[in-house]
Design a protein around this ligand. Structure first.
Ligand code: CA
Ligand code: CA
Length: 315
């Protein structure tokens, strides 16, 4: 029995799926909720700092943006449902091999620095001053230095066309703590030659921001061994304990009805329910009352003999 158990365990270990790399791509599509993209421009200046621009089809990044009264514009981007335990999400504690944020630059400009944000925000209500109606103000307005990480994740060398931003380190953090850290990134301009980027609201889906994450998928946890996984006793094994005579008082009374009811229970289930040794009870045949009566007498008449012979028979 021990050998069979070890063999079963060995097969379970050998058949565990190996660690494998998996790639998921997230983009706003309308059909895939997990691709939900939150992207929004925030702008400084009295006329802009309390305004929300989430519905625009373009995102703006410029130290002196003429469309915003020559004030500074910055871009926030987050894929809020990319990480988690749902099917199709990057799972918790996944080891990130690479993560790339791809954007389409429509109007090239000066380089852009990309930082991981460390405060939560709401795309529909965020502004230069506020993180959102229910979130309070930024610790440092405009996602300033105390509202983001100190060192940039990457730099966009701004030119027209697709630009790829390495956010691997940020994605590792987001995977480690999706609820407490996935606040996306902020794009901060380095000069007054601004860049325009297609937003998730842009009509052509292929130009919308995309997050591509490649990660190692951990093995599934070992399943708990089920009771049915226990190897069946071999025919040569010792008789079942339930076939042994009871050591205490039999748990039935002396009425035929009780014995018959017990026997019926046994015949329908095909297995022994009585605590005392009664050979007829382990069969599928329907015992007669006489047989049931013999069953009741069995502990007093044939117990010792059957115990001896059953051992002989089963060798
Ligand atoms: Ca938007
Ligand atoms: Ca420009």
């Amino acid at each position: 029995m021990l050998t069979a158990f070890i063999l079963t365990l060995s097969i379970a270990l050998i058949s565990s799926p190996p660690i494998h790399a998996e790639t998921l791509v997230f983009v706003e599509s309308g059909d895939d909720a997990l691709g939900e993209t939150e992207d929004v421009t925030i702008a400084s200046g009295n006329d802009n700092e309390d305004e929300n621009f989430n519905s625009d089809s373009f995102l703006y990044c410029d130290t002196q943006d003429s469309s915003f009264g020559n004030n500074e514009t910055r871009i926030l981007i987050r894929f809020s449902k990319a990480f988690g335990e749902q099917e199709g999400q990057v799972p918790d504690n996944a080891e990130i091999n690479s993560a790339e944020l791809t954007v389409y630059v429509d109007n090239q400009g000066d380089d852009i620095l990309v930082y991981r944000i460390n405060e939560s925000w709401d795309a529909d209500t965020v502004t230069w001053i506020s993180r959102g109606e229910e979130s309070g103000d930024w610790d440092d307005s405009g996602v300033g230095s105390s509202s983001r990480e100190n060192n940039p994740e990457d730099t966009i060398f701004s030119k027209s066309g697709f630009a790829t931003i390495d956010v691997t380190d940020a994605a590792q953090q987001w995977a480690s703590d999706p609820d407490g850290s996935n606040f996306g990134v902020v794009l901060i301009p380095t000069g007054d030659d601004g860049a325009d980027i297609m937003a998730s609201e842009y009509s052509d889906p292929s130009a919308r921001p995309t997050l591509t994450v490649t990660f190692d998928q951990d093995n599934e946890p070992e399943p708990e061994p089920e009771p049915s996984a226990e190897p069946e006793p071999e025919p040569s094994a010792e008789p079942e304990p339930s076939a042994e005579p009871g050591t205490g008082e039999p748990d039935w009374d002396n009425s035929d009805d009780t014995a018959a009811a017990a026997a019926t229970d046994i015949s329908t289930e095909g297995q022994l329910r009585l605590q005392s040794g009664c050979a007829c009870a382990s069969t599928n045949t329907t015992p007669s009352h006489a047989l049931a009566f013999l069953c009741m007498l069995a502990p007093f008449i044939v117990v010792r003999r059957r115990r001896d012979t059953s051992l002989i028979k089963n060798r």
